[in-house]
Design a protein around this ligand. Structure first.
Ligand code: DAH
Length: 348
């Protein structure tokens, strides 16, 4: 190689090298530029390798220029490496950045099931009046579900057609929470004031107003001197607490084997106040069965019916919820459709 050419190659290596280094956009590209500019096969390296073939003067001159060029290129490499490292770090910091001023995302919260809300409300109204909560098993025997409640052997509820029997003789899924009346009276002497919420079962074709698994709240008060007027006053207090101060109750004669007299209890409509509307029809909403505990029921439980009297009542939780929330199809309570359930958010 001519000395003149060697110098031109060095100058070209400097100019081209600085350009390549400046153009490197990443640390990998910078590494590649370093190899191209100062690597074993780079023109710069070739000049260096051939230094020995020059005369002394040329060798010194070209060697000095070569040192300058290498120094310049190495300085440029260092500077660019630092710059790229800084850019990369900034990129990472930006990518990881958390904007603490952004509003948080609230997790979606669930809500209580409407039947739970209504059950709790009913129970709370009575516990505030001094009632205690009683419970009984969902699998009942014939005595507690029928016999002790004075339900005659030929009553339709006793047939396979209307009740759900299990494979053990004499046991069935309770058809009404009234069975808890018996268990309570058997286990404690009067005075008794209890409400018994719970699940009940009937062999029923499911439609808009019937479920085969549903819920009731039973009430029982047994004490000395309890009268029909006490019953009416208690149910009126309940209706007002549940549906508003202006409610009145109406009692119509009805028959239930475990009470005498028995009554169908209606509450004046909380929408139209008794005038008649789409919710009630004729101004009254039929809500409960009730009556004075039949003396035979008291005697069945070993309670002296000469000394004690009492009243009992029972209502369907689904029915109360439908009236309260304007739900027209009972099946909505068991379908688990969130669009339905979400509407009760904040209801309790
Ligand atoms: N057990 C009745 C039913 O399922 C409701 C009922 C009516 C309960 C009258 C009572 C009562 O305690 O006195 O339809």
């Amino acid at each position: 190689m001519e000395p003149g050419e060697a110098l031109r190659v060095l100058e070209a290596a400097r100019a081209g090298g600085l350009e390549a280094i400046a153009a490197a956009g990443t640390l990998e590209e910078l590494e590649a530029a370093k190899v191209a500019v100062l690597g074993r096969k780079a023109p710069f390296t070739e000049v260096q390798r051939s230094l020995g073939s020059f005369g002394e003067d040329d060798r010194r001159r070209i060697g000095r220029v070569a040192n300058e060029v290498r120094g310049a290129l190495q300085a440029a490499l260092e500077e660019r490496r630092a710059e790229l490292a800084r850019i990369e770090e900034e990129r990472l910091l930006r990518a990881d950045a958390v904007d603490v001023t952004l509003p948080g995302r609230r997790p979606r919260s669930g809500s209580l099931h409407p039947l739970t809300i209504v059950e709790r409300d009913i129970v709370e109204i009575f516990t505030r009046m001094g009632y205690r909560v009683a419970e009984g098993p969902e699998v009942e025997d014939d005595w507690h579900n029928f016999e002790a409640l004075n339900i005659p052997p030929d009553h339709p509820a006793r047939t396979m057609k209307d009740s759900l029997y299990i494979d053990v003789d004499g046991l069935l899924l309770r058809t009404e929470t009234s069975a808890v009346q018996i268990r309570t009276l058997e286990s404690q002497p009067p005075p008794v004031y209890v409400v018994a919420p719970g699940r009940t079962y009937r062999r029923e074709a499911v439609d808009a107003t019937h479920l085969s698994v549903f819920h009731q709240v039973e009430g029982l008060a047994v004490d000395e001197g309890l009268s029909f007027a006490d019953m009416k006053g208690t149910l009126e207090a309940f209706a007002r607490a549940m549906f508003g101060e202006r409610r009145r109750v109406r009692l119509n004669p009805d028959y239930f084997p475990f009470v005498e007299p028995g009554a169908q209890v209606a509450v004046s409509c909380f929408v139209c106040d008794g005038a008649g509307c789409a919710t009630c029809g004729n101004g009254w909403i039929e809500l409960l069965g009730a009556g004075m505990v039949h003396p035979r029921v008291l005697e069945n439980c070993g309670v002296d019916s000469e000394r004690y009297t009492g009243f009992a009542f029972g209502m369907g939780i689904e029915r109360v919820a439908m009236v309260r929330y304007g739900v027209s199809d009972m099946r909505l309570f068991v379908e688990g459709d969130v669009r339905f359930l979400e509407q009760f958010q904040g209801a309790a």
